[in-house]
Ligand binder design. Structure first.
Ligand SMILES: Nc1nc2c(ncn2[C@@H]2O[C@H](COP(=O)(O)OP(=O)(O)OP(=O)(O)O)[C@@H](O)[C@H]2O)c(=O)[nH]1
Ligand SMILES: [Mg+2]
Length: 335
């Protein structure tokens, strides 16, 4: 059985940059047990309050890394992360995987792939919480970021693992959203179709090495064009496409320069805090929605009445609006 500690243990440990205690604290906020959750919430609230009242620590840079499976996200983070750690920065990598229950293998793969980074004294790698729905993953990742920030990390990378809606989730919790693309022609269209390119602030055409190098450089130009035409306002950050290889290291310095420029751009316009506040507001509504829906689903009267309502919808004997009105009325009466 896991030892339980008092709030001060976590608070002191995290602020002393103790990795073991940081990991324990993340386990606490990821826990599904009621008493753990209560303590975890208090811890997050206390650390948030401390961060808000302190001017000593600048907030960490939260960087989202997404891209199709196999595009090289983990390899990129391994190489890029070690470069930053060697410069003296502290780097945390958090994985977001709403499908981890099904595809548990990729997490194991990630851990073993980031061997250099995981050995570095300045790095901290945390696999995705498992067995949670997307809303739960988002909440835990947000809280884990607060803990990492309090522990003094400069860069917090959030890597998507698996496929699905995780890109949108990651975009909603980071300061900058990076999309890794394959070096082939036509791949930019996949990004457009999935709506990911619209969210991307920095596109990195990855694996720009060997036989793929030229193709990657061409794909970079195409992406740049697409980004230019999907720009929504003249005052926004000039979204950029770069080419890089995590094998040769070519282009990785450009990626870093672009991240630094993006941070400076946000800082100079007060956009940094504004974005985080908007994200907090959205997260609030998402959590309220999730919780209300969960309560609705658990309500015994709803559980009993629902099969008939759904059958009626399928048979066309009742319309969605009427059905929803009735179900919500029933819920309001019996909650
Ligand atoms: N040539 C080349 N291969 C690379 C590069 N980066 C990664 N790879 C290879 O691409 C494969 C996939 O890399 P990963 O880092 O596991 O990719 P990923 O995006 O994290 O994959 P998932 O976690 O499964 O979504 C591995 O075989 C890597 O060795 C690169 O810059 N150049
Ligand atoms: Mg990976």
């Amino acid at each position: 059985m896991r030892t339980r500690h008092a709030l001060e243990y976590y608070l002191d440990g995290i602020r002393a940059k103790n990795r073991v205690i940081l990991a324990q604290a993340i386990t606490l906020v990821e826990s599904q047990r009621g008493d753990d959750r209560a303590l975890g919430r208090e811890l997050v609230a206390r650390l948030r309050a401390l961060a808000a009242s302190s001017t000593a620590l600048p907030p960490a840079h939260r960087i989202g890394i997404t891209g199709a499976p196999g595009v090289g996200k983990s390899t990129f983070l391994e190489r890029f992360g070690v470069l930053r750690c060697d410069e003296g920065l502290h780097v945390a990598v958090l994985a977001v995987d709403p499908t981890s229950e099904v595809s548990g293998g990729s997490i194991l793969g990630d851990k073993t792939r980031m061997t250099e980074l995981s050995k570095h004294p300045n790095a901290f790698i945390r696999p995705s919480p498992s067995g949670l729905a997307l809303g739960g993953v988002a909440r835990r990742t947000r809280e884990a970021m607060v803990l990492c920030e309090a522990a003094g990390f400069d860069l917090i990378f959030v890597e998507t693992v698996g496929v699905g809606q995780s890109e949108t989730t990651v975009a909603s919790m980071v300061d900058v959203f990076v999309f890794l693309a394959f070096p082939g022609a036509g791949d930019e269209l996949q990004g457009i179709k999935k709506g990911i390119l619209e969210m991307a602030e920095i596109v990195v055409v990855h694996k720009a090495d060997g036989e793929s190098r030229i193709r990657a450089l061409e794909a970079r130009v195409m992406h740049e064009t697409v980004l230019h035409y999907t720009r929504t306002s003249a005052s926004e950050w000039a979204r950029t496409a770069l080419a890089a290889s995590s094998v040769t290291g070519e282009g990785l310095a450009d990626v870093w320069a672009s991240l630094v420029a993006h941070r400076a751009f946000q800082g100079s316009r007060g956009a940094f805090q504004a974005r985080r506040r908007t994200q907090e507001e959205r997260a609030f509504w998402a959590l309220v929605n999730d919780e209300l829906r969960a309560r609705f689903d658990r309500n015994p009267c709803i559980v009993q009445a629902l099969p008939e309502v759904l059958a009626g919808l399928l048979a066309g004997t009742i319309d969605a609006g009427t059905a929803a009105d009735r179900a919500l009325e029933l819920y309001a009466k019996t909650r």
